[in-house]
Each structure stands twice: as structure tokens, then as C-alpha cells.
Design a binder for this molecule. Structure first.
Ligand SMILES: *[C@@H]1O[C@H](CO)[C@@H](O)[C@H](O)[C@H]1NC(C)=O
Ligand SMILES: *[C@@H]1O[C@H](CO)[C@@H](O)[C@H](O)[C@H]1NC(C)=O
Ligand SMILES: *[C@@H]1O[C@H](CO)[C@@H](O)[C@H](O)[C@H]1NC(C)=O
Ligand SMILES: [Zn+2]
Length: 877
């Protein structure tokens, strides 16, 4: 007897049969996705005797910078030490390079065409740097860069160069081992390997830019781009960055077809057009030196960064010990391959004169393989797929009611009605998943007060929101029980195939994602049509069609959750983190498991109803478990921003505390800190944040995302801040002051004298007509923020301004007066960056040491605090 055709196996047995695939494919993909090269130790390959990139060497540089020297915040003495160390290092390499050239002359008799040049650039400047929708200006004095050019020594060889960039400085609360000492080490290693490779001669020059001020808002790359003599020769750039410590280095920005092609030559590519399009949309609120090279050099480039385990990014735990083995090797191997390709004969460099643009190339890494093709190829491919899918459904349609021999004329659909119903089922399924996950998200943070419970494990959100996503997709199908399984299957095919074509036509290369899952779906359906004449789709068709989305979906999931989950710890207190993650689970889940919806119709309500109940129950259990978890732990800390402010004009002292995440528990923590450290009898109050609140100006405009608190601090009797009077006085004054009553203008130089204070900022209201910052101050009375970042020891800066004097009844002198909020960080007042020199830091460092110890103990080390002493006030000039 032949087995019954319509229902060969029940849902449980079917899922059991599919389970090796459902578990095995993601498992295999995850392994591939995170695969890193074996770290190399020896500087020279013992077999070939050729120099090789050594991870050990790279990490030893990174360790020296991040631990030997320490926190390299722009303007600190450590930053100056790093500058000096690096200059010594590259000068040593230059000598070696010259020795190698001489040696080649002696041994082979011919001159090796190789030249290494070194510059220490120093300069001052200013630039407008808008971020987070705010207008902002940066000025800098005597900042430096170190530049190494490796070329064949000829003018032709130097005419077209590739720039490779990394930054030597670290941000205030971090020793910056991965960000960006690792990249500095990679660049030094590349110089060594290239110059030591016998006979290597670059056709085109390579410029290594060790830039010394990125975290202060990209001053040094602007300095290089606008003032260095070699800048004009740069045709393309490679920017090396880190926002994490694990996994492959991701290509997340590329601005020409040629550079993507160059990237296709690297040994272990990891980049997709999806990352490129997500990043360039700006949702990540993040920015790199890439922006300066585009803006001031108008050239194309690649932006590469380590992004895995982004929890440590810009925290004190960004240390070499947390950089995963193989990360440095991966970055170095890829960088060297790029440099080889771009400096060799046949390099695209001379032809890269068209500036930068959004590339039309579609590129992606699939299971470690790199693919690239043009937008036109994509349109043809996806167009053909869409047409083939339409033809397939048109000519293979089987009337399910006829097949079931239930001749009920009102139930007979035409082919397109059936497809419409299929697409409808798919759409409401997706909507159901979105609604269910977001419903649970609202419940988690509004009812349970347990938002961000998934924070410490990137993928854990899948466990919390995955079951409700499927339940939502299932439950909505109960509303449309009569759509046949096969129509839902073909509806999915049409949605994806036509979707890929339309998205590509709209100019988004990310359409490839849909293409990758639609192709196996079509192939599986064609096979099913050939070998299965029953009314239901064969289980093997499910397996074959699900393999593609499982493979590409798992890769999307890994990258999306690796990037977005840690990001929710720093996107601000008001951002809807719970909903973002819930939505991402629904979207990436729907992509990875597209056959959930047809599967519901395979068995109908008698299966779906209990399945939904079961998933609800599962959700109840996971919600219970997640509610017990703290979002933060030692390796996944909450970021706390703490300023101890000395106001030298009002003589008040406050502790300001802000956080950058929406997880619960901050209020309680702040009140406890206030009890412990504040003036007895006072309490913490929430600060109103706007452009006129100067308390957080050193972090402006990021500060508006923190909804901070302030706590009054006790002042020792008789205390006078060393920055309030005398030699070290922090002064803001107007010099060369001239009032032109007839024209109604006032011109003056605003002079800021700030010994021992770094990262100064002034904010004021004025109608500026002209100033030295740029050519186009806004033509209105408005608020301005100007920030400074300069080299260690620099203690003055100034800007010239012409302002319009406001109308009014008062005398011209008082009308022309401008009230200026000024503020800066005490160079010796940063914890733990200045721990070794804590005696110099005065009362702020005494407080920080106590507060830090208290925080570690009280929170079980769940908090990473940035502790900075600020000095500021308000003055009328
Ligand atoms: C960049 O250079 C290209 C080619 O020379 C030019 O068409 C484009 O306008 C430039 N873009 C900017 C912003 O200067
Ligand atoms: C997190 O929960 C708190 C209540 O503790 C709520 O006020 C806040 O809006 C929630 N934040 C997010 C991002 O969901
Ligand atoms: C900047 O450097 C130059 C030359 O080294 C020096 O003369 C000048 O005083 C410095 N500027 C400041 C404000 O320290
Ligand atoms: Zn960085």
C-alpha cells in the first residue's frame, strides 16, 4: 500500500526530520563567520626566510601604547609621550630602510628602488564638525601627525599614492588598545614587512598616516588633508579602525568600484553592501576619519573596523588581553594584500580621479567567499529571477480544490488570486511577528521594568523574542485559514524575487539578500513540481528551500546583533532600545526562516492553535528567566559619565552623572551616590538638557542623549581653585576690541588662556557676521559652540569675530557684551587615565578614587565610569 500522500508526516515528526538542517546549517555558518587566521609569531618565515606579518609584534606595539604609555587623550602628557615614541620608532625604521637599500647595492650591485621618508607634521586649524544634528566647530593648536612615505624614490612613483590611516590617540575613558593602537601596530608591521621583502619596489607610493587626534573629532586627519604637502598626491585611502575586539575586520564603507575590486584581493574578505548601506544611512550615529578624507581630499576609500564584542569599545577594558587571537593577523594580512595590490603595476590609483561616490557595485561575503558584480548585472540577474518566478507560478499552478476533489465552485481560485492570497499570508505573517515582538517589548519595559535584559549576550535576544515572533506569524494565519500551503510557498517566492528586483531598481545593493534566498526557493519549487504531484509540498522541498536563507540569514543575524546589541548601551537614555531589538529579531528572523508561514498552512489550525499556545508558554518561561538577569556584568558594563565640576565664577562644585542607555536602575544608583558623596541633606536632581546648559559642554552634543543628574558637592572651607586666580587662571577675554557704532558692529579677538586645562569649549549667543572659523556663520542671532583640542602644553587659543550689536535702549557697551560659557577638562583630573599621577589632580582625584572603589564594589563591577574633572564658568566679555 502506498503511503497516504496528503499528510505523510505530522508536524512534530517533520520538524524532527528537519532539525539536523535547522541546527546544522546555522552552526556551520557561525563557525565560518567567525573564523580567524592562526596568529603568526616569528618575524621571518623559517621556511622561506621571508619577512612575515607577526601578530605577536603587532600586539606588543598595541600593548606598549595602551598600557606602557596608557590613556592617550589628546592634550595629555601621555599623548605627547606616544607622539615621541612613535616618531622614534619610524625614524628607526627609516634607518633600517636605508640600510636595506645600501645592502642591496652591495650584494646585487644594482640599486633597489626604495625610499622611506618621515615627517612629523605640526599645525593648527579649525573646521566645522556637525554631529547629531547640531552645528559645532573645532579648533586645534599645534597638533601633530607622523607620516611615513614608502616609494620607489622617483617623482613618478610619488605622483599617485595610497594613504593608510590609523589614529594614535585614545578617547577619554579608554586606553584604546583595539581602538586604535592595534591598527597603529598593523601599519608599523606592514612597513617592516614591505621594506624587508627582498626586491620589493612599489610602483606607487604608500603613505602611512599615524594621525594623532581622531577622538577629539577628527582634527588630525583634517590637519593632514588640508596642510600636508603629500596630501595632494593621495588618490585613495584605507582607514583602519575598531569598535570592538573580536572577529573579522569588517569592510563597512567603500566609495568606488575600483576600491571594492581591490578589496576582493584580500585573503579573508568580510564585507557586504548591506553593512555599507546601513552605515551610510547614519543610524549608527558613528563617524570616522573617512569623513575628513572625503570632505577635504575628495577621494575614494575603504573603511575597515573590528566590530565584534563591541561592549569594550571606548571603555577602560579596551585592553590587549581582550583582543581575540587572530584579529590582528586578520587585519594585517588583509591590509598588506591591499597595499600590495594598490602599489603594484596595474594599480587603479592613477585613474582614481573621479572623487568618491556611492558605489553601484553589489558585493558580499558568503561563507568566506567574496562576490562582486555591477548594479547592471544585478538588475539583469534579479529581473530574470523575478520573471522566471512569475512564469513558474503561472504555468505550474494546480487548483488545490480540484486536486482535493472538493468541487465547490465558490472555492476555485484563478492562479493570480491564489498568488495574491499567498503574498497576503506572507505579509500578515510578517506583520504578526512585528506586532508580537513589539508587544512583548512594551511589556518588558513598561510593565516589568526589565528592559535590555538581553544586553550582555548579543544573540540572547533571539531566545526572548524568537518564540513570540513565530507565534505572531502563526497566529495571524488563523485569520486566513483557507489559503493553500503551495500558494503561500509561491507567495513567498514572488515576494522575495520581485522584492529583490524592485529594491535593486531603487539603487540598494542590499537587494542581494533577497536574491540569495529566492534562488534556492525557486529551485526547490521547480524540483518539487517535477517529482511531487501531491497537493502538499514535499518536506524535502522545505529542506532545500530553507537551506539558502538559513546560511545567509545566520550571517546577517551575526553581524546585525554583534553591532546593534552592544550599541544599545550607548545610544542614549531615551532611545527605544527594547523595540529596536525586538524589531530586529522579527525582521532578521522572518528572513532566516521564511518557511514558517507555509508550514502553518501545511497543517492548518489544528496544528497552529496548539503551536501558538505552546510558543506563548515558552515565552512566559523565557520572560521569567530574562527578568532575573541583570543587563550588565563585568565584561558588559554600563557606561557612566561622571564630571566633577569646579565652577570658578560661581564657586560651586557639582558631580554630574549621565548614562547612555535606557536600562533601569540608574536613578537608584545616582541617589545612592548622592547620599554617599553629596552635601548632606541635599539630593540629586535631574538636569534640564538643552543648548544653554553648559555643564556638559565638553561632551556636547552627545550630552543631550544622557538625561543627566547633578549632585552638589561639599567644598572644603577656604578652598580656592588653582584655576580661579594666579598663574594657572583659566581666562576668557576679548582683546583688540573695537566697536563701530555707525555700522552697529563689534570686532574683537576672543582669547582663551587655559593652562592645565584641555578640550576647552566656549558657548555663546551672538549674531556673528564674520569669524576665523569658516566663511559662513549662520546669518542670525543664535547659539554657537566652539571646541578646542590641542597638543600637550599648549595653553592659549583665539578666534577673531565680528558680531552685530543687538538693538535696544541700553548703551552700546552693555548691548555689545556677550555672555560666554567656558569649560574644559583638567589635564591632571581624569580617572583612571591619570591614576599614576593622582597627587597632581587635587580634590577631584581624591573623590574619583573613592567613588571608583565604591562603584566597583557597590555594583559588582557592572559599571565603567568615565571620571573627569572639569573647570568652567560664565564670563561677560
Ligand atoms: C570631487 O571630484 C569630482 C571629480 O573631479 C568632482 O566631480 C566633484 O564635484 C568633487 N566633489 C567635491 C565635493 O568637491
Ligand atoms: C526602560 O525602562 C524604563 C523604566 O525603568 C523606562 O522609563 C524607559 O523608557 C525604558 N527604556 C527603553 C529604551 O525601553
Ligand atoms: C605652537 O608651536 C610653535 C612652534 O613650535 C610655537 O612657537 C607656538 O608657541 C606654539 N603655540 C602655542 C599656542 O603654544
Ligand atoms: Zn577609533
Amino acid at each position: 500500500m502506498a503511503p497516504p500522500r496528503s499528510r505523510p508526516w505530522g508536524p512534530i515528526l517533520s520538524l524532527l526530520v528537519l532539525s539536523p538542517l535547522l541546527i546544522g546549517a546555522p552552526w556551520f555558518t557561525v563557525r565560518k563567520h567567525y573564523e580567524l587566521p592562526e596568529p603568526v609569531k616569528e618575524l621571518v618565515n623559517p621556511v622561506t626566510s621571508l619577512p612575515q606579518l607577526s601578530e605577536v609584534q603587532i600586539l606588543s606595539y598595541a600593548q606598549y601604547l595602551s598600557e606602557g604609555i596608557g590613556y592617550r587623550t589628546v592634550g595629555t602628557s601621555e599623548h605627547a609621550l606616544a607622539d615621541k615614541w612613535l616618531l622614534g620608532k619610524v625614524q628607526e625604521m627609516k634607518k633600517e630602510c636605508e640600510a636595506l637599500v645600501n645592502q642591496a647595492r652591495v650584494t646585487s650591485g644594482t640599486a633597489r628602488k626604495l625610499e622611506c621618508e618621515v615627517w612629523r607634521q605640526e599645525g593648527s586649524g579649525s573646521h566645522r564638525f556637525d554631529m547629531m544634528g547640531k552645528r559645532l566647530y573645532k579648533t586645534y593648536v599645534n597638533l601633530s601627525n607622523i607620516i611615513v612615505r614608502v616609494s620607489d624614490g622617483t617623482p613618478e612613483g610619488k605622483e599617485h599614492a595610497v594613504l593608510v590611516n590609523a589614529h594614535l590617540d585614545s578617547t577619554v575613558p579608554s586606553p584604546g588598545a583595539a581602538d586604535d593602537a592595534l591598527s597603529v601596530g598593523v601599519m608599523l608591521e606592514c612597513i617592516r614587512v614591505l621594506t624587508h621583502t627582498p626586491g620589493w619596489e612599489p610602483k606607487h607610493a604608500i603613505i602611512f598616516l599615524f594621525n594623532h587626534a581622531e577622538e577629539s573629532l577628527q582634527d588630525a586627519s583634517q590637519l593632514y588633508s588640508t596642510q600636508h604637502p603629500t596630501a595632494k598626491t593621495v588618490r585613495a585611502f584605507i582607514n583602519l579602525e575598531a569598535a570592538g575586539t573580536e572577529g573579522r575586520e569588517l569592510l563597512f564603507q567603500a566609495t568606488s568600484e575600483e576600491m571594492i575590486k581591490a578589496y576582493s584581493k584580500v585573503p579573508r574578505p568580510f564585507g557586504t553592501v548591506l553593512a555599507n548601506e546601513v552605515f551610510s544611512s547614519g543610524v549608527l550615529l558613528s563617524d570616522t576619519d573617512f569623513r575628513q578624507f572625503e570632505l577635504y581630499l575628495n577621494i575614494t576609500g575603504l573603511d575597515l573596523a573590528v566590530v565584534g564584542n563591541s561592549y569594550l569599545y571606548h571603555t577602560r577594558k579596551d585592553l590587549v588581553e581582550h583582543i581575540q587571537p587572530g584579529v590582528a593577523q586578520h587585519m594585517a594580512d588583509n591590509t598588506l594584500a591591499l597595499l600590495h595590490y594598490l602599489s603594484e603595476e596595474g594599480s587603479p590609483l592613477p585613474s582614481l580621479t573621479a572623487g568618491y561616490h556611492k558605489p553601484s557595485t553589489v558585493f558580499f561575503t558568503h561563507l568566506g567567499q567574496f562576490f562582486l558584480y555591477s548594479a547592471n548585472t544585478a538588475k539583469v540577474l534579479y529581473g530574470v529571477l523575478a520573471a522566471a518566478s512569475l512564469l513558474f507560478v503561472r504555468y505550474t499552478y494546480r487548483d488545490p480544490w480540484a486536486a482535493l476533489k472538493k468541487a465547490n465552485p465558490t472555492n476555485h481560485y484563478g492562479v493570480w488570486t491564489a498568488q495574491f492570497n499567498g503574498v497576503y499570508a506572507v505579509s500578515v505573517g510578517f506583520l504578526g511577528a512585528l506586532l508580537a515582538t513589539n508587544g512583548l517589548a512594551a511589556f518588558m519595559h513598561r510593565v516589568l521594568d526589565k528592559n535590555m535584559s538581553w544586553f550582555s549576550v548579543e544573540m540572547s535576544a533571539l531566545a526572548l523574542y524568537g518564540p513570540p515572533a513565530i507565534a505572531g506569524a502563526f497566529a495571524t494565519q488563523l485569520l486566513i485559514p483557507s489559503v493553500p500551503e503551495r500558494s503561500v510557498f509561491t507567495g513567498m517566492l514572488l515576494t522575495q524575487a520581485i522584492g529583490a528586483f524592485v529594491v535593486q531598481l531603487c539603487g540598494f545593493g542590499s537587494a542581494v539578500i533577497l536574491y540569495l534566498s529566492a534562488v534556492p526557493l525557486l529551485l526547490a519549487l521547480v524540483t518539487d513540481h517535477m517529482f511531487n504531484d501531491g497537493p502538499t509540498v514535499s518536506l524535502w522541498t522545505y529542506a532545500a528551500a530553507q537551506l539558502g536563507p538559513l546560511l545567509s540569514g545566520t550571517q546577517v543575524l551575526c553581524t546585525v546583533f554583534d553591532v546593534f546589541v552592544p550599541l544599545t548601551g550607548r545610544i542614549g537614555r531615551e532611545a527605544p532600545a527594547e523595540h529596536i531589538i525586538a524589531t530586529l529579531v522579527a525582521v532578521t528572523g522572518a528572513y532566516t526562516l521564511p518557511l514558517v508561514v507555509p508550514f502553518a498552512h501545511r497543517y492548518g489550525p489544528s496544528f497552529v492553535l496548539p503551536a501558538v499556545m505552546f510558543l506563548h508558554f515558552t515565552t512566559l518561561v523565557t520572560v521569567g528567566i530574562f527578568s532575573l538577569w541583570s543587563p550588565f556584568d563585568t565584561m558588559h558594563q554600563r557606561r557612566l559619565f561622571v564630571l566633577s565640576s569646579d565652577n570658578i565664577t560661581s564657586h560651586e562644585r557639582y558631580l554630574h552623572i549621565g548614562a547612555a542607555d535606557g536600562a533601569p536602575g540608574l536613578d537608584a544608583l545616582v541617589y545612592q551616590i548622592s547620599e554617599q558623596f553629596g552635601v548632606p541633606g541635599t539630593t540629586a536632581e535631574a538636569e534640564e538638557m538643552n543648548d544653554w546648559n553648559g555643564d556638559w559642554d565638553i561632551l556636547y552634543p552627545f550630552s543631550s542623549f544622557m538625561s543627566p543628574y547633578k549632585i552638589p558637592l561639599p567644598i572644603e572651607p577656604g578652598f580656592v581653585s588653582p584655576f580661579a586666580v594666579g598663574e594657572q587662571q583659566f581666562k576668557v577675554e576679548a582683546v583688540n576690541d573695537k566697536i563701530d557704532e555707525k555700522a552697529g558692529t563689534r570686532s574683537f579677538t576672543l582669547k582663551i588662556v587655559h593652562p592645565g586645562i584641555i578640550w576647552t569649549v566656549v558657548a555663546f549667543d551672538a549674531h556673528v557676521l564674520k569669524w576665523t572659523l569658516d566663511d559662513s556663520p549662520p546669518d542670525e542671532y543664535t547659539r554657537h559652540h566652539v571646541k578646542e583640542g590641542s597638543f600637550y602644553g599648549v595653553d592659549t587659543w583665539s578666534m577673531d569675530m565680528v558680531v552685530k550689536i543687538p538693538e535696544g535702549d541700553k548703551d552700546v557697551k552693555s548691548r555689545s557684551e556677550i555672555s560666554i560659557n567656558f569649560m574644559g577638562m583638567q589635564e591632571s583630573g581624569m580617572w583612571p587615565g591619570k591614576k599614576r599621577d593622582k597627587a597632581k589632580g587635587g580634590h577631584a582625584m581624591v573623590l574619583f578614587e573613592k567613588l571608583d572603589t565604591w562603584l566597583t564594589k557597590h555594583t559588582d563591577d557592572r559599571v565603567d565610569a568615565m571620571l573627569v574633572a572639569t573647570v568652567g564658568g560664565v564670563v561677560a566679555v
